[in-house]
Ligand binder design. Structure first.
Ligand SMILES: *Cc1c(COP(=O)(O)O)cnc(C)c1O
Length: 359
């Protein structure tokens, strides 16, 4: 499909932009443009892809997304390689997952090449927004929502896909360090048969109250247990988990439908297996976690996702007290995997899997 280009008539002046990208933080600075593609069942589906100025959008007050939350999104990053070119990491996997989320939320597929083209057009227009901050990247947020004005409960017939970009520094303030996480007993994130495997805003809305509970208890993030037995460790609000043991084995919770299938998770499984580590996708209970941390059989716990890459979990707290993992700081495997993965993403290490798409 041909994209129409409507360049911004008054882009942010270079000097203001330079200031904004020197220390952008996370998710508060945005580039000049966005991509918009509309879907209308009565017009044969997706039509008129456009690169246009980033600006507020008009929505009918009855737009289905505002009432029944038909919405999905993706989170990915563009990296600057040493040769100056921008690169994406496994964008095909994000495109595929976007469509899996769409299916669960009764939304239309977006053709994968249209998804990838949207990224190309926006990065082409707004590459100057790449942050100058150390370790920075251009965070990309593709999302789709139901726009049909209709209050009946059924899948909408009209949708809008938007892609916006945000220059970002590190995710956690203060750089990489071990985080303290709160094991919530009062709240769960996803039930069997629910929407836990879809990247949809509602999962995040439901995580805000437990997140506040965690912060009240001095923690950075929440770890969710399974909704049935409240026993099995699933994931954080936006990151998957790995447990690394003394004997060289690693466990990560299996994808049974209540966990988001992270692309970082999948990449780390492959990298660890290549290193000779035995990675098992199997359930791991909170009681076993505490016991293994106490005996020292568990060396490290890692949280992973696009935003924070690979982060050490140093301490786990809950209503029954807390326990530390290893020294309570960042372990060797966490550091090694983060360096390996960011090396591939940023083009300073070989990419034997063909994960990187240079633009
Ligand atoms: C996005 C997300 C992740 C991480 O996925 P990546 O593809 O690695 O960025 C993990 N858990 C949840 C709930 C998420 O929404």
């Amino acid at each position: 499909m041909e994209f129409t280009h409507k360049p911004h008539p008054a882009p942010v002046p270079g000097e203001t932009r330079a200031q904004a990208i020197a220390d952008p933080g996370f998710g508060t600075v945005f580039t000049d443009h966005m991509v918009r593609i509309d879907y209308d069942e009565d017009q044969g589906g997706w039509h008129s892809p456009t690169l246009c100025p980033r600006e507020p959008i008009a929505l009918d007050p009855a737009a289905a997304v505002l009432h029944y939350a038909q919405e999905i999104f993706e989170g990915m990053k563009a990296y600057r390689h040493p040769d100056g070119r921008l690169a994406l990491f496994r964008p095909d996997a994000n495109a595929a997952r976007f469509n899996q989320s769409a299916e669960r939320m009764a939304m239309p597929h977006l053709p994968e090449d249209l998804f990838i083209d949207s990224l190309r057009h926006l990065l082409d227009a707004d590459g100057d927004w790449f942050p100058t901050a150390e370790g920075g990247s251009l965070y990309l947020r593709p999302f789709m929502f139901a726009t049909e004005a209709f209050l009946g409960v059924r899948p909408a017939r009209k949708y809008t896909y938007l892609l916006i970009a945000s220059p970002v520094g590190g995710y956690f303030k203060g750089g990489s360090r071990a985080v303290k996480i709160w094991a919530s007993r009062n709240y769960t994130r996803a039930a069997p048969g629910g929407t836990g495997a879809a990247k949809t805003g509602g999962n995040y809305a439901a995580s805000l109250v437990p997140q506040a509970e965690g912060i009240e208890n001095g923690c950075d993030q929440v770890v969710f247990l399974d909704a049935v037995e409240k026993k099995w460790v699933e994931e954080l609000g936006g990151m998957n988990l790995f447990f690394a043991f003394e004997d060289g084995s690693v466990i990560t919770p299996p994808l049974t439908g209540t966990i988001l299938p992270g692309i970082t998770r999948d990449s780390l499984i492959q990298l660890m297996r290549e290193e000779g580590l035995q990675v098992r996708e199997e359930p791991y209970s909170i009681d076993q976690w505490r016991a293994d941390a106490t005996t020292g059989a568990l060396l490290e716990t890692m949280a992973c996702g696009t935003a924070a890459v690979v982060t050490a979990v140093g301490t786990v707290a809950g209503p029954d007290g807390e326990f530390a993992i290893g020294s309570g700081g960042e372990g060797q495997l966490t550091t090694k995997l983060r360096n390996r993965l960011t090396g591939i993403q940023r083009g300073t290490e070989p990419d034997p899997h063909g994960w990187v798409m240079k633009l």
